[in-house]
Structures are given as C-alpha cells and as structure tokens.
Write a protein of this length. Structure first.
Length: 361
C-alpha cells in the first residue's frame, strides 16, 4: 500500500462512467445490530493484510458463510496503478471476489468523502445478500470512513477565497481569535500558527452554521464492525518493504509509470513511488536512487500508519508472524459476533485524544 495515507481531496459528484459495480446500487446502510460484524483488517504497508483477508474469507466459506473483500486502499481504486500500489494480483482476486478496485481512471479524483459513499453502499449491498464484507486497506482515514461516525463538511470556494484574503490582510492571529470566539473547543485543539486550518474551520462554521468541532470524527461504529490490526517487529517490516520495493522494480514498475504518466491526475500522482520514477525518467536521478528513495519513504509511511492506527483503542492487534494468526483472527471475529466487545467499544470515544484539523472535505 504505497501511498500518502490519510490525504483527501474535495468531494466530487459521483460519475456514472466506470462506477456501475454491483456494490453501488443501494443508497443507505441498513445492517442491524444482529448482523455479522464487518471485518476490517488494518496495519502498515507490507504487513500481510491482503493475505489475511483472503484467508479469513476462505475460513468463513468452510463454515458455510460467504465473505467478500472491499478495498479500503486509497490508490488501488485507480485503474492501471497495479504494481506501485501492491494491488491484489489477478490470482488473488480470483480466490475471493474483491470490490472497489479499478473503479476510477487515474486522471479522476477519489476523495475520502466520495469513498465513504461508495464503501457504505457496497457494504449494504453485500450484507443484503447475506455476504460478510471484509475491509482491507492501509489508508487509515478511508478504513474508518467506511464504518465510523465521520462526516466531511462541504466547501464553498467563495467563502474560502474571502477568508484567505482576510488572512493576508488581517493576519493569521486575527482569524484565530475569531475562531476562538466562535468555537472555543476547536481553537483549543488547533495550532494558531496554521492559517490553512483556521481558514478551513471558519469556512465550515459559515457554510454549515455549526461549530467546526461538530465535525470531529468519533471512534464509534455506525456499522457493526470488528477491526483486526497486523503488527510486525520493525526490522521484519523494513525487510518486507525492501523486498516489496525490489519486486516492484523487477515486475515493471518503471514501465507502469511510463505508461500511466500522461494520464496521472494530481491526486493519483501523489501515490508514493510514482513521482520518484517520473523524476528518474526525467533524468533527475538514476534508477537505483529512485528505488532507494521509494523504500525509505515507504518505511516512513509505515511508521505514520502505525501512529494513526495506534490511536484507535478498538483495534485487536495480532502478530503477523504468529503461525496461529488465522485461528486468532477467527476467534476475535467470533467474539465480536457474539457482542463480547460491544460494551468496551461503545466507550472508546471517551478516552481518545482527538486532533482537530485532520479531517478535510
């Protein structure tokens, strides 16, 4: 999952072309509390999430329960971005049906708000057919957006333009004082030296008529779910990242970037690895340096992902190298289906330190 985790772009209207997957037919989520939990598999890049998702689906099938995988990786939704995003191979996709892969062209924009709509429709559609959804992905905000109490306030270009003009004329401190008066909770949790987020907060207040702090994400499921996290010793994770980077090189990542380059939009082009290869193709550095930088930044991304997931107390962490990994994961799913985690999960939001300003439109 080589990506800039947690980033998002402005919400767009859903386009008809290329978005006719059968997971996108129902407009609302109707899963009841007694429904089998959605399984969400999270963790850093190269930790083995794809393999565990497939193994769980097969184990459930042996029990007579259908399960299918819903992609929650920000960049695997783009057509043709296969090697650089470590997209499940055709063979892996043939083992268990996958959804929300290859649904937009690389010159289109996938935002977390847009993904939320698609993912919840997909989950609803699968559950209505008696199929258990298994979310798999390392994009933390995307994974949470599918199942958690998170909203994404809209934008108003005119309001933002006016606020940005005021910031230039009056200064960031004046706008932050205004935010303190209008939404003390938001101001108390934000950096007064970050005018971009101050402008965003004031924009949301004006557009929605509600405090910006009201858009704070909650560690609270809106769809009954259970999260399983994969953990690895740092050295092992670093080794896997090096191996994956070398595999990308051997399997034609340079050719993939060369082919996609004329069609890469701004958002897709931010996927980790693609700019490094573009720089190599432009002669800015040699191929060895490009792939070294990819590996280095992927290790940094893995640390960031662990920091993001580590804030969620509902995640059940398992050692990815444990020979009993699948058995342990199935036991967690069974306990979740029995409701044994519900009481604890219901109070998770009460003891988590939130960070305002992280959620964009």
């Amino acid at each position: 999952m080589l990506q800039a985790d947690g980033e998002s772009e402005p919400m767009e209207e859903l386009k008809d072309s290329g978005l006719s997957d059968r997971c996108e037919q129902s407009p609302t989520v109707s899963a009841g509390a007694s429904a089998p939990r959605v399984v969400s598999i999270v963790g850093p890049t190269a930790s083995g999430k794809t393999g565990l998702g497939i193994a769980i689906a097969k184990a459930l099938a042996e029990r007579g329960e259908r399960a299918e995988i819903v992609n929650a990786d920000a960049y695997q939704m783009y057509r043709g971005m296969d090697i650089g995003t470590a997209k499940p191979t055709p063979e892996e996709q043939a083992e268990v049906p996958h959804h929300l892969l290859d649904i937009v062209d690389p010159d289109d924009t996938m935002s977390v708000a847009r993904f939320q709509t698609l993912a919840r429709e997909c989950i609803n559609d699968l559950q209505s057919q008696g199929i258990r959804p298994i979310l798999v992905g390392g994009s933390g905000l995307y994974a949470r957006a599918a199942i958690d109490d998170i909203s994404f306030p809209g934008t108003d270009p005119e309001v933002r333009k006016r606020l940005e003009q005021r910031e230039r004329e009056e200064g960031a401190a004046a706008l932050f004082q205004e935010l303190k008066a209008k939404d003390p909770e938001a101001a108390a949790r934000m950096d007064p030296h970050n005018p971009r987020r101050t402008v965003r907060a004031l924009e949301v207040i004006e557009v929605t008529g509600r405090p910006y702090s009201a858009s704070l994400p909650r560690y609270r499921y809106v769809i009954p779910s259970v999260q399983i996290g994969l953990d690895l010793p740092r050295r092992e994770l670093d080794d896997r990242i090096m191996q994956r980077t070398q595999s990308m090189r051997e399997h034609g990542f340079v050719d993939e970037v060369r082919r996609l380059r004329p069609h890469l939009g701004f958002t897709a082009g931010r996927a980790l690895g693609y700019q490094q290869i573009i720089d190599y193709l432009d002669g800015i550095w040699d191929e060895d340096d490009a792939f070294f930088d990819i590996a280095q930044k992927t290790r940094r991304l893995a640390r960031k992902q662990m920091g993001w997931f580590g804030r969620d107390p509902r995640i059940h962490w398992l050692e990815a190298l444990n020979p009993q990994l699948l058995d342990n994961a199935m036991a967690i799913i069974d306990h979740a289906d029995a409701g044994e985690y519900d009481a604890i999960d219901a109070h998770a939001d009460e003891y988590v330190q939130h960070h305002l300003g992280d959620i964009q439109a």
